[in-house]
Structures are given as structure tokens and as C-alpha cells.
Ligand binder design. Structure first.
Ligand SMILES: Cc1cc2nc3c(=O)[nH]c(=O)nc-3n(C[C@H](O)[C@H](O)[C@H](O)COP(=O)(O)O)c2cc1C
Length: 233
């Protein structure tokens, strides 16, 4: 499908028929998710693709028994991790070494700036120092106003992971299947069902399947575009 057809036809589906989603469709769509733009290329996401009937039922209950979750052929749980940047930072630096990347600015970005952005020290103390220094500098020049806390880093990784979710859903649509993003879930239970540990946030649970004729609740509704679009020519 043409990109704009995908965007136009993708709808949030709340009821699916019993058609399974082929593994290839899920894999291809998840691979598309991994190609999403992401902050500093730290790829702070994980996706759990659940088709096992028992696990799906457990997750559907954790999704507050929403019909979209209960009738889905697959449930994809998108997780944002602020605790994995060191691993990817190391992999990026190794790849640079292998590929002969020697640009001091690029190396310094990954060796110095990335740790500066992602770590805030015990009890966030380093984040406070960073905030004071940067706020002072900000009187004289443009400065990045954060992140100064683990919470703010969480926002960065959640943003990035949400972009991957959109890639995933667009890919599912392009391949002729349907989806629905859900944030109506019990995060504690979702994490428990998948044994997710560490500083992980469940960003969305995405149901997938083939839509039932009653699966779309109404015509698509968007407010007047003038309300949201601002052109500064
Ligand atoms: C972050 C996020 C969370 C959502 N959570 C739910 C949800 O828990 N249950 C649900 O039925 N739909 C959920 N939706 C779907 C929205 O209701 C839907 O995208 C919106 O009404 C627009 O409809 P459309 O996707 O068909 O264009 C969610 C969408 C997003 C982006």
C-alpha cells in the first residue's frame, strides 16, 4: 500500500475475527519498528510479541479485559528501558572502532555526552548539579533544558518507543492486518506476566488481528486541522 493509504486506512480495531496473524507479518512489522528514529540511536526499546493462548489471556486480563485485547490474535507489548543505554553505547563505540570512525566530535558525543544525558548519579544528585550549571549557562546561550532526572530520561525513552510503535502499526496495516494501541492496562500485571524486570516502562500494548465488521466503533473523527497546525511562513 502507498504510505498515505496506510495512514488513511489504519484504524484502532476493538474486535477481531479469528484469523491468525502470520508470524512473517509480525516479524516484518517488528523489524520495521526497530527502524524508527530514536534518541541518540540508543534503541531503548523491547517488544514482546505474544501469540501463546495462555499468556495472551493473562495479558488480556491485564489490559482490563478490553475487547481489543481479548479478541486479538497477537499482543505486542512495547517496553521503554532507560537502563540499557550503556550496553548500546558500548555496541555503538565497538562498531565505530570496527568501521574506523575516528571523528573526535562523533566519538565525544557517544563517550561523553550520552553518559551525561542518561545518568544522574545516586539519588539523582548529579542531575541537580547539571540543572544548576545548565540553567546558569542558559542566561547567556541556548542550552538543552534537560533531561535532569531519571524521570526525564524516562520521557525520552518513552517518546522514542512510541515512534517505533507507530512504525509497527503502520507496517501491520501495510501488510493487510489491523491493530489497536492500548494504554488501558495494569502495568504491574503486564510486567509480571512477561517477567519484565529493571527500570522498564510499558509504553503500549498493541493488539493485532483481522478486523471484525464490528471492530471499528465509528467513522474516524478528527477536529478541525486549524486547531492543531501552525504554519510560520
Ligand atoms: C497511547 C495510546 C493509548 C491508547 N489506548 C487505548 C486503549 O487503551 N483502548 C482503546 O480501545 N484504544 C486506545 N487507543 C486508541 C485511540 O482511542 C485511537 O487511536 C483514537 O481514538 C483515534 O482513532 P483511530 O486510531 O482509529 O484513528 C490508544 C491510542 C494511543 C495512541
Amino acid at each position: 500500500m502507498d504510505f498515505f493509504d496506510v495512514v488513511d486506512t489504519r484504524r484502532s480495531v476493538r474486535k477481531y475475527n479469528s484469523t491468525p496473524v502470520p508470524k512473517e507479518v509480525l516479524v516484518k512489522s517488528l523489524e520495521a519498528a526497530l527502524l524508527a528514529p530514536n534518541s541518540s540511536n540508543m534503541q531503548p526499546w523491547e517488544f514482546f510479541c505474544v501469540t501463546n493462548a495462555d499468556k495472551k489471556a493473562e495479558l488480556a486480563a491485564a489490559c482490563l479485559s478490553q475487547p481489543s485485547a481479548k479478541t486479538a490474535a497477537a499482543l505486542v507489548v512495547a517496553v521503554a528501558r532507560r537502563d540499557r543505554w550503556r550496553q548500546v553505547q558500548g555496541q555503538v563505540l565497538e562498531a565505530f572502532e570496527r568501521n574506523g570512525v575516528t571523528d573526535p566530535q562523533v566519538l565525544s558525543y557517544y563517550k561523553k555526552l550520552v553518559p551525561l544525558v542518561y545518568s544522574h548519579g545516586p539519588l539523582g544528585v548529579f542531575g541537580l548539579v547539571k540543572k544548576l550549571v545548565v540553567t546558569f549557562q542558559g542566561f547567556f546561550k541556548p542550552v538543552p533544558r534537560g533531561p535532569f532526572s531519571n524521570r526525564a530520561v524516562e520521557m525520552t525513552v518513552v517518546k522514542t518507543t512510541a515512534l517505533a510503535c507507530q512504525n509497527f502499526m503502520n507496517a501491520v496495516s501495510a501488510l493487510g492486518y489491523d491493530s489497536c494501541p492500548m494504554e488501558g492496562f495494569d502495568e504491574v500485571r503486564v510486567k509480571k506476566a512477561l517477567a519484565i524486570k529493571g527500570q522498564a516502562r510499558v509504553v503500549m500494548v498493541i493488539s493485532c488481528g483481522k478486523k471484525d465488521p464490528e471492530g471499528i466503533y465509528g467513522p474516524r473523527m478528527r477536529m478541525p486541522k486549524e486547531q492543531f497546525l501552525h504554519f510560520i511562513d
